[in-house]
Design a protein around this ligand. Sequence first.
Ligand code: AQP
Length: 331
Amino acid sequence: MQRIFSGIQPSGVPTLGNYLGAIRNWVALQQGHECLYCLVDLHAITTWQDPAQLREQTRTQAAILLAAGIDAETHILFNQSAVSAHARLAWIFNCVARIGWLNRMTQFKDKAGKDREAVSAGLYVYPNLMAADILAYHATRVPVGDDQRQHLELANDIAQKFNHDYGVTFFPVIEALVPPDAARVMSLRDGTKKMSKSDPSDQSRINLTDDADAIAQKIRRARTDAEPLPSEPAGLAERPEARNLVTILAALSDMTIEDTLAVHGGQGFGTFKEALAERIVATVGPIAGEARRLMDDPAHLDAVLRRGAARANAIAEPIVREAERIVGFLP
Ligand code: AQP
């Protein structure tokens, strides 16, 4: 059975983008795979997090993932910092990856913005830690949103260079599993920017804890243009906000953009947004409700994560010890 690894940063409440780009796929992949799903708190602190909030958000994310259908009995759900293998292998990878490779990472450029000298060194080496997350388990398949493709290519480059430099065939090749539809959900305020849980504007995203009123209000206020919807996908080419909303509805309805426009083409945004909000509420509502129930029992969430960490550690420890032996560390 192939092993899957994927992670999400507890840097805020997961969004509809996280759901359509990753979480929904994580749930489906539980059939027929051995899955490890990780709340990547080491990644989260690459940008400053309030400690109390980080703890709270880690629990909230665990609750949301369980509510969305992650089965922590059959599969493994845990927080990254509880398994030291991630940080140890990441250090080795810091010494394998080349500065030139990291300089090409577009996510770093986006997140660092203009003042690159002022961001943390952790943000810069983030992709090396991500490679370690996956390779510490010899996982071969990684479900991610489209934004993470470049990091996975880098993880493969690191694995190959490690194998080459030490003359071993130790780390496997990783395959990115990017969902074909809604691989990148965009901000509700700017159709050229991805929807992000850490965007300062709450109006830019749908949180997986939003209630029906909040969802309806955010969709009503979502930025659009003045034209009615086209009836063909080509008509969305220069309309990023319209394209984003149509893409979200199509993904949530398991329809193609073409079929969605066959139904909604010609409509004004008033009518279309009502249908969209209703569809989002139908998906997010039950997840938010169940997550709220689970969040009432933080001790239970902590116990789920602790058990997951022990099981994850049992897989990663022998692999990372072997990597340490290969590079020449005394046991
Ligand atoms: N807008 C998006 N559309 C589709 N997929 C997305 N993902 C994130 N945003 C979108 C996917 O969600 C998974 C977990 O992401 P992450 O938490 O590890 O980091 P991220 O990509 O940086 O997500 P955010 O929401 O933008 O977080 P912040 O604001 O903290 O940086 C990944 O598989 C990602 O592809």
